[in-house]
Design a protein around this ligand. Sequence first.
Ligand code: PLZ
Length: 449
Amino acid sequence: MAEKTGGPGLPQERRLVTAIPGPLSQELMARKEAAVASGVGAVMPVFARRAGGGVLEDVDGNSLIDFGSGIAVTSVGNSAEAVVRRTTEQLTQFTHTCAMVTPYEGYVEVCEELARVTPGDHAKKSALFNSGAEAVENAVKIARTHTKRQAVVVFDHGYHGRTNLTMALTSKNMPYKHGFGPFAPEVYRVPVAYPFRWLTGPDNCAQEAADQAIDQITKQVGAENVAAIIIEPVLGEGGFIEPAKGFLPRIARFAKDNGIVFVADEIQSGFCRTGQWFACEDEGIVPDLITTAKGIAGGLPLAAVTGRSEIMDSAHSGGLGGTYGGNPVACAAALGSIETMRELDLAGKARRIGEVMKPRLAAMAEKHEVIGEVRGRGAMLAIELVKPGGKEPNPEATATLAKACHQKGLLVLTTGTYGNVMRFLPPLVIGEDLLNEGLDVLEEALAEL
Ligand code: PLZ
């Protein structure tokens, strides 16, 4: 019976039957507080029961419009048909052998697909891991063995994970790094072209930021010491920052000219999210290595490093791996997700989501001074909230707005170095009615702010 299942069978509606959080969620929250470490937070204090399409239903029976996709993961929707079909079949065959012990076809197939969908028509290879952070760590390992250099360059507002090396690569202290040091050495941070906050204004932002970044790399690190430059083509946790046009190509060119491995971290922006397979395609960037995770496998943990064969093959046999990396069930999920993305043209759906949402967000910005900027592309969109009359970040209004949306049955996430960005990451399969209803809710919450 459709009512009992999540996934595509779930009624696509916003429905509030209790206050948020309801009594059952509150009960579970008390248990969570007693049993789960406080360091593991929760954005919205409701417990999930089932999810699918554009909604998430909580244990009290409230149905929320999902503008978060579990942080850009369930792009194909929760329990997507092809993901369920392929993982179920895999579960009945075997659940684990360890790809490093006895490999299986699914792992190879995922790597073949990655070679097809990632930018560039050069020879490519991949290695699979469990999480985004692990993929980024391995990209650094590969770049270091390939170049025989050590330094890694990252950018202001960048986010790459929570492991020790990726904490070092991540720019924001609270909550990601505070108290968790010392951090890995040989990591250098340079400016990124953040148009809205560039001191001389957006017009010369790309050129000035690239000049500064390159100057710092050459003068402070020495280009000949740099193994990798790692950048998110759209910065996720930093606030959905789209580097000013021209910045990425300059940095990519600088990397190429200096034998530096250029790594695009597309863990959040990849797999159709921005209206292309990968966001770096929008400026014709072909990265040497690309890290992926999140949207790749419809919610199962899988991550990858994909890149030029000659770079990927630099690490010695046995140098890359892990017990679970490329788990067969996660690989089946990835193949189901990629199949869904092709069949439903989810890149096109992402572009359509942008076409529906962006003008409506822009109209809200016209009306509400608190919105300093609307930005993003495809289904990776955001509003940056400011104090009236200027650009001072307004994290308080952002938190209040998010809470009001939650209370009205719209799941939204915040982000940004200053905590003042509300981001929108709906599943790419969300219906247009729900999308518009979600925007109505946001508009109502803004009016009450
Ligand atoms: N690189 C670009 O966005 C994960 C993290 C949320 P993992 N972003 C969401 C949080 O608070 O932990 C991310 C990313 C980019 C790397 C990662 C890390 O991916 O799968 O969370 O390790």
